[in-house]
Ligand binder design. Structure first.
Ligand code: UD1
Ligand code: PEP
Length: 445
């Protein structure tokens, strides 16, 4: 079993550089299949498990894709796009694979995608995506675990009001509309920086998208799109995670490549606690020397406080004496880290969608598991201030969204290491009994 071991008590200092954003690169890779002419060159592509997963989905559509993990450059040539079915084994691993539906419908007039289903943090509906495609003239059928969408001729531009500003629905509809006939207007659109990054990429590919970053996006459809060169924006959630790491250890860390404008809600809340945050030439510096104050946080769609920073801020609250509150409004089940924090001795009470976090209590290292991606990051943060040793398992969640996280924390002075166990291989002998071939444990970091 892979695990991260942390011995708490070190103050972090130094510089760390954040990678390209997971939530920007996934729709950008999906959008690449819109290009009938030329190839795309995408820079600042993080070597994440999610990037590998969506690349496998694209490959199954007969798109050429190559990744240079040293240079972090991805080349996508979608001229040969021929298949329209996304493979179950990859969509099952990563919900964002559903983002190929919009581009497939626009370019091939049909798409067959396994239902992405719910996941640990909530039910995660796709009704707004489907509502958008139907409004544009697509016929959508659901059966045998698949969604099949098709349109005779081109999709038609129209006005679509989203019931909620869904990030994925805004992206999927934007991509579909880029090659639809006429003008599409998305109202109550999501406004996240990743939406703006996708719009910039689509425009570089020949699309005409205006208004991304506001709640109304206008897309005038074009007949053909081509490959483009693009650099993915820095990951604001990874940046926010390291900002909390600096604050929770009362350290002094410069997060290079972070864009402070993308981090406004997290910066505001850290400052409200008494943490010093300043914009520096190449990023953001966070230092913390004074006693901190409790805060209340409510997650909301951008520009509100991001749900993807909620667990990390709960870890932060554990370090501040008094009671802080977190209300989670975006996902209905995103407090699974609370039970893990409790193993460390924390005092947290959940009432409906609100957690009451009593900070300043003694925290001790424990065996805990990452229940989702950001919960995993939050456990590392809490481990940094626990007495003794914390052991975190279920690391596949963390690997979806953080590149070399252990090495980055180590470089800042954390006492942290990762132990990887080679996959235990089960083979069947002639009598059909299963035998364990390998289970040796190796230490990597
Ligand atoms: C790959 C990616 O970019 N993931 C991010 C994206 O996820 P994702 O795009 O899945 O998030 P959405 O904004 O779509 O979902 C937000 C809420 O809306 C609901 N909903 C959404 C669509 C729909 O058709 N119907 C519906 O009811 C969801 O169940 C959820 O409760 O935005 C989330 C909210 O900031 C982030 O936590 C994720 O990290
Ligand atoms: C919830 C997240 O991602 P995804 O939508 O890919 O599950 C996340 O990045 O925290």
């Amino acid at each position: 079993m892979d695990k991260i071991i942390i011995r708490g008590g070190r103050r972090l200092s130094g510089n760390v550089r954040v990678h390209g954003a997971k939530n920007a690169v996934l729709p950008i890779i999906a959008a690449s299949i819109l290009a009938e002419d030329g190839a795309s060159t995408i820079h600042e592509v993080p070597g994440l498990d999610d990037v590998y997963a969506i690349s496998e989905v694209i490959k199954a559509l007969n798109v050429e894709i190559t990744y240079d993990d040293q240079k972090e450059i991805l080349l996508v040539n979608a001229q040969g796009l021929s298949a329209v079915e996304a493979p179950y084994e990859w969509v099952r691993k990563m919900r964002a694979s559903f983002l190929v539906m919009g581009p497939l419908l626009a370019r091939k007039g049909q798409a067959k995608i396994p239902l992405p289903g719910g996941c640990a943090i909530g039910s995660r509906g796709i009704d707004q995506h489907l509502k958008g495609f139907e409004a544009m003239g697509a016929k959508v059928e659901i059966g045998q675990g698949y969604i099949f969408a098709s349109v005779a001729g081109r999709l038609k531009g129209t006005k679509i009001y989203l019931d909620l500003p869904s990030v994925g629905a805004t992206e999927n509809i934007m991509m579909a509309a880029s090659m639809a006939e006429g003008m599409t207007v998305i109202e109550n659109a999501a406004q996240e920086p990743e939406i703006v990054d996708l719009a910039n990429y689509l425009n570089a590919m020949g699309a005409r998208v205006r208004g991304a970053g506001t709640d109304t996006i206008r897309i005038e459809g074009v007949e053909r799109m081509h490959g483009a060169v693009h650099s993915v924006i820095p990951d604001r959630i990874e940046a926010g995670t390291f900002m909390v790491a600096a604050a929770i250890t009362r350290g002094d860390v410069t997060i290079e490549n972070a864009i402070i404008d993308h981090l406004k809600p997290a910066v505001a809340k850290l400052r409200e606690m008494g943490v010093e945050v300043e914009e520096v030439e190449n990023g953001v510096r966070v230092c913390c020397e004074n006693p901190l104050k409790t805060i209340d946080v409510k997650t909301l769609p951008h520009p509100g406080f991001p749900t993807d920073m909620q667990a990390q801020f709960m870890a932060m609250m554990l370090s501040v004496p008094g009671t802080s509150l977190i209300t989670e409004t975006v996902f209905e089940n995103r407090f699974m880290h609370v039970d893990e924090f409790k193993r460390m001795g924390s005092v947290i009470k959940i009432e409906g969608r609100t957690s009451f976090v009593t900070g300043g209590t003694r925290l001790t290292g424990a065996k805990v598991k990452a229940t989702d991606l950001r919960a995993g990051a939050a456990l590392i943060l809490a481990g940094l201030i626990c007495e003794g040793e914390t052991e975190i398992t279920e690391l596949h969640h963390i690997d979806r969204g953080y590149v070399r996280i252990v090495e980055k924390f180590k470089a800042l002075g954390a006492d942290i290491e990762r132990h990887n166990t080679p996959v235990v291989q089960l083979v069947k002998d002639e009598s059909e009994s299963e035998a364990v071939v390998s289970s040796t444990e190796a230490s990597l970091a």
